[in-house]
Every structure is written in structure tokens, then in C-alpha cells.
Design a protein around this ligand. Structure first.
Ligand code: UDP
Length: 161
């Protein structure tokens, strides 16, 4: 039978956030990490790498037919990226809100894109758009043993029952 929400096991939600090559070049990595830390999310994986075209074509497989796809691949391979896995209550949706809309024209001040970008083709950061998408992307970018299970000392202060 259905159990009420408060008795469901607290399976922590995870999302993939990436600082794109422009964000790394502009030295925004620290500020972006800080926003997720101060919001109350838990970092469970992080690495810097030069993404391959193969990896990116899988990551952006749904965009393969778009006119901007070739320039997107060029942008995303133009330098290193910093990819992170963040964990916490509603982390997928909350991260999207923190990152802001795809097009910086629509992104309000206070969002990453609203504070740091002007053009959709250089929008600084990626965040998964759904829990399913997050699972797919985390598997694509990380090996299982690269994700760290640890207890945050303040985890009980960060959510209600
Ligand atoms: N993008 C672009 N031009 C567009 C739309 C998207 O260059 O007209 C790039 C942009 O970097 C965006 C990425 O493609 O972040 C992926 O697009 P998506 O629609 O998945 O947006 P996101 O989930 O990143 O907000």
C-alpha cells in the first residue's frame, strides 16, 4: 500500500552540476561551489577534466539535431570543465532554479546565469533537468567509486520531518 510521505525512506536525490569551460576560464568555480554549499546541499563527487566529444555527444544526445549543436560541442570542448554531484532534498529542481533559465536574457539576478552571463552559448553552468536525467548524467560522467558517501554533521538541521 501507499505510505505517507513522511514515512518513505529518505533516499537522497542527486544531480549533476558542471561548470562549463567559460566558467572555469573566468574563475567562477569557487563562487558556484559556494552557492550550492551555502544552500545546504552535500557535495558527493567532483572532478576537473577535458571532456571528450564522445562523452559530450552522449550527454547532449537529445540536442543532436539542433542547429547550435556543432557550436555547443566546440564550446564544451574548448577547455576543462568541473563536474560535481550534489545531493539533497529536491536538489534537481532547486539547482535548476539556482542556475536560472537556459537563455541568460530570462535569468534573474541572483541566479548563476543571471549574475554571470549574457549569451545562451556561454551560459557558464549545467544542471540536470530531471531526476531521471540526473541519474543518466551521473552514470555517464562518474564511476561508482568516485562518489563518496559521507554524513554531513548538519544534515538534521536542513530538512523537516
Ligand atoms: N544552447 C545554445 N543555444 C541555444 C540553446 C542551447 O548554445 O539556442 C546551449 C546552452 O549552452 C545550453 C545547452 O545548449 O545550456 C543545452 O541546452 P538545453 O536546452 O539542454 O539547456 P540547459 O538544460 O543547459 O538549460
Amino acid at each position: 500500500g501507499r505510505r505517507s510521505e513522511s514515512t518513505l525512506p529518505d533516499v537522497a536525490e542527486r544531480t549533476l552540476v558542471a561548470v562549463k569551460p567559460d566558467g572555469v576560464q573566468r574563475r567562477l568555480v569557487g563562487q558556484i561551489i559556494q552557492r550550492f554549499e551555502q544552500r545546504g546541499f552535500k557535495l558527493v563527487g567532483m572532478k576537473m577534466l577535458q571532456a571528450s566529444e564522445d562523452l559530450l555527444s552522449q550527454h547532449y544526445s537529445e540536442l543532436r539535431t539542433k542547429a547550435f549543436y556543432p557550436s555547443l560541442l566546440q564550446y564544451m570542448t574548448s577547455g576543462p570543465v568541473v563536474v560535481m554531484v550534489w545531493e539533497g532534498h529536491n536538489v534537481v529542481q532547486t539547482s535548476r532554479t539556482m542556475v536560472g533559465p537556459t537563455n541568460p536574457v530570462e535569468a534573474r539576478a541572483g541566479t548563476v546565469r543571471g549574475d554571470f552571463s549574457t549569451h545562451v552559448s556561454r551560459n557558464v553552468v549545467h544542471a540536470s533537468d530531471s531526476p531521471e536525467g540526473a541519474r543518466r548524467e551521473i552514470q555517464l560522467w562518474f564511476q561508482g567509486q568516485e562518489l563518496v558517501q559521507w554524513d554531513c554533521c548538519d544534515q538534521h538541521c536542513l530538512r523537516g520531518a
